[in-house]
Every structure is written in C-alpha cells, then in structure tokens.
Design a protein around this ligand. Sequence first.
Ligand code: FAD
Length: 511
Amino acid sequence: MPAPPARDHFDYAIVGMGIGGLTLGALLAQADKRVIIFEQHEVPGGYGHTFRAGRFSFCAELHYVWDCGRGERVYRMLKKLGLETQVTFHQLDPAGFDRIVGPGVDYAIGCGFQRELDRLGQLFPQHAEGLEKYYRIIDTIHRQMYQLPIGFDGRTIFGHPQQFSHIIRYLRWTLEDLFDQLGFPPPLRLILAGQSAIFWLPPRDLSLVVHAAGVGSYNQGAYYPRQSFMHVMKSLLRHIKKHPGCRSLLATEVTGMEVRDGRLRSLVTAAGQRYTADQFLFDGDAQLTLDLIGPQHFPAAFRRKLQYDYGTSVVSVYLGLRDYDLRRAGFGEQNIFWHPKVNLNEVYDDQLADRIPPSPFFFCNAPTLRPHDPHLAPPGGHQLVMVAPCSYQLFRRLREASDKEYQAAKQEFANRIIQIVESRFAPGLSDHIEVKVVGSPLTNEFYVRAPKGNCYSTPLDPQHVNLRRLNYQSPFPNLYYVGASSCLPGFATIIHFACLLYEKLTGDQVD
Ligand SMILES: Cc1cc2nc3c(=O)[nH]c(=O)nc-3n(C[C@H](O)[C@H](O)[C@H](O)COP(=O)(O)OP(=O)(O)OC[C@H]3O[C@@H](n4cnc5c(N)ncnc54)[C@H](O)[C@@H]3O)c2cc1C
C-alpha cells in the first residue's frame, strides 16, 4: 500500500512526552525549531503523569527528585526556558528526608556526607574508619559521573584515567562488593543500602556507581515540585505549544517509522496519519524502535545492543484518605522505606519470587504533607502512596489465567502493604480510605508503554550499567534516543542528558 501523503514537515519529531521528550521539545522550540511531539497516553509526563481518581489526583511514579536547587541542572534548564519562577521546587527536610525502618533499625538520612558520617560513626564506632572510606568513594564516584560527556565510551574514560579514576576502578562492582571489603555489619548495610533500595535491586546486584549517583545526588538535596509534577510536565508542554510552527498530539500512538536510503523519513500514527521531519527523537523504551522501524533496517550488532533485559517492576498503591491526621500518626515530608528483614538480599529473594510476598518490602510517602497543588486532595483529605517491587511474571500469568485472579492478586498485594502501614505507622488507617487505586507491572506496560512494566529500563546492575550500555546514538544519522533506556533513569538525570543532547544537536548552550 502506498504511504499516505505527509500532513506537515517539521525540523524535529519527538515520540513520547516523558520528561526526556518534553525537556528536549521545550528547548528545541525555544531555539525556533519546528517541533512536533506525540504521546499515546491522554496526558503528558510518561512515568511522571498525573491521573484523577474520585476527588484525588495522583502522580504515577515520581516521588522525589534531585538537582533542583538554585543553580543546579534542573533549575538551569528551566531558566533557559524562562520558567524558573513558574516551576519551583521545595527542598525536603535536609535533617532527614529518607527514613529507613526495619528490624532494630529506624534511621533518618539527611543531607551532607560529613553529617551522616558523624551520626553513623557514633552508632557504629568500630566502623568509623570504614565509613569514612565509604563516603569518600561514594562522593568521588558521584562527582566523576557528572563529568561524563554524552555518548561516553571506553576511550573517554580510559583516555582520562585520573579524571575518571573511580569510575574505572568501581564500574564492575556491586554495592555488596564494597560492603564486604569494608566489613560492614548487617544493620549498617541496611541503612546504607536502604536508601538506594528505590533502584529495586539488593546490594548483591546493585551497581556501585548507580548507588553512588543516587545517594550522592540526594545527599545534596531532595526536592518536590511546589505545584506537583503535573504542573512541571504541563509547563514544558505549554512552552512547546506556544512557539509558532510547533504542535503536540496527545492520545496519538506512533505505530511506524519509515526508513529510506539509510535515513528516517517519516512516522505514521495509529490513525494512519504521516508526518515527516529532518530529525527524530525517541523517548520511549529504545527496544520499541526495532518493531516501529523493522528489525531488518538495523545492523546485527545494534540489534544485539537493543536486546537488553528489563529491570524490576512494581505494584503501586495510591490511597485517598478522608478525615485522617497523618501528621499525628508521625508522617511528614519524609519517605519511609520499610524492610521486613535486615538482610536486603533475602528481602528481594522473597519479593521477586513468583508469588505475593508474605511480608512485602515497600517505599511510602504522603505527597499532601509536602507543598502541593490543591487538586491533589479535597480540603482535609490526604494521599498516601506505596510502591513495592514485584514479579512481572506473576501478574502476567494471572492476567492470562483470568482477569478475576489478576484483580484479586493486585488487591491482596496492596492489602498486605496496607496492613503493615496500619500496624506499624498509621493505626486505624483502613477506616479512612476513600479511594484506593492499585497499579501492577501491566498497568505500567499499558499507560507508559514500559515493556514488562520495567521501572528503569534495564536492571541497574554491572552487567547492564557499563561501557556497552546504549546511549543517545542509533544506527540512523537522524534518530536519537532520549530517556531512561539511553542514559540512566530518574527525573534529573534524564533532564541532564537531554540538555547535553540539545547542546550537541544545536551547538547552543543551556547554561
Ligand atoms: C515506581 C517508580 C518510581 C520512581 N521514582 C522516581 C523518583 O522518585 N524520582 C526520580 O527521579 N525518578 C523516579 N522514577 C524514574 C522516573 O520516573 C523515570 O526514569 C522517568 O520518568 C522516565 O522518563 P523518560 O523520559 O525516560 O520517559 P517515560 O516516562 O518512560 O515516558 C515515555 C513516554 O513515551 C510514550 N510512548 C512510548 N512509545 C510511544 C509511541 N509509540 N507513540 C507515542 N508515545 C509513546 C509513553 O506513553 C510514555 O509517556 C521512578 C520510576 C518508577 C517506575
């Protein structure tokens, strides 16, 4: 069948309105490029989108972010767009924004490595020296990660052995390798690994450089947008739309991308409309481009590069509460990480088995106890959000067996978490639940096209975070990958790499 005629021609066509696509779209529109951006969901934001349930609005999967202070990367990007006074961030309590709770452990992690070193040194005096070494290594890896240029490879790193000394040395290490070397006892491991448990891997598997990047970044400040994540996403989208010659299409799935003479020429939507552009940016999972373009157009070596594994998925529980005083129950701005056992490796073995874990590990926070948009909850109402890693296979198998079994499993998983919250932190909570929404890995697959419901594209272990990892480059000279699968995940990390890609594409500087 001949291709339908193109509706319009653009400088850049962007697939996906995650934070990566929106950041690049806004920067390119500001640089007077004609941009068109597509999103298959009805709302922008990808994992950072917001959905309505009853009288509540929940942000899907962004909980707290880094690098948003004045002068830091996110602020500088917003300043370039003239949005820095419109989109602002509140710094979560620097004295303790992550609370790690488990058997015999209840510890609040705050900002400043020296402060943490002093506090932990008092709790574990026989490990004071080891802790000093630990923080020195984490701090150095974190600083060196930020010096990496976009599209770095072995030559970049080994060509500058001093500048990247710690990345060279520790790239193949897991967090547990470092714990073992320093001889840390289980409760100290739980505290230090507890915070990076949000990468959904135990110390045995988690890449040390990923741990250092996350912990090192939050150590300088953990933030939450003053008017919620929807405001951030919508502000970027509005910025694109207001520029002449730019367009945005929500609820528009891109179903094909056409290659001719080695270059991408056009893309086609589910409704059969065709759009042409000079350059293309893809913000969804990079592996999806194999099907959209056709695997035969990719060199075999690149096809292999795209065949990465997917990392852990989650069950998410969103509660809308009526007449419940979360503050009186001891909640505040903090995130709570609840661990049923001290040994995080065992916790994950239980959690990722093909069954609902008897006593799940989870991460929890109350967005309405942070500065927020009034739409998040009705007056006097509150939100409590819980996230727990889980087996994708479990939910896929149950869904294929019957919808009833699948729905029942989601509810049972959620109820086990709610029972723990109620018994440990929030007595009487169940009587105040007005809205309860439970998302599974299949929910993520459906709403943000995350294959296998993956949270962070690949697993964040040394087998996947290394010099062979995919970057922004595709085998086509005018297709670039943005977003988690082509750099590392996280709101601020993706904005950082989107800024570097913008600079590379245009020659213009963000700062
Ligand atoms: C449970 C969980 C908790 C997290 N917590 C945090 C946190 O607290 N802090 C933090 O910084 N990060 C967190 N993250 C990570 C963060 O949410 C993601 O790394 C980031 O939002 C991903 O952005 P992205 O640009 O890669 O695109 P995504 O958010 O993945 O969006 C890609 C978009 O592309 C669209 N798309 C794909 N294919 C097509 C197509 N063919 N046509 C049209 N549209 C298409 C999708 O619908 C989607 O909207 C969390 C992630 C998860 C899952």
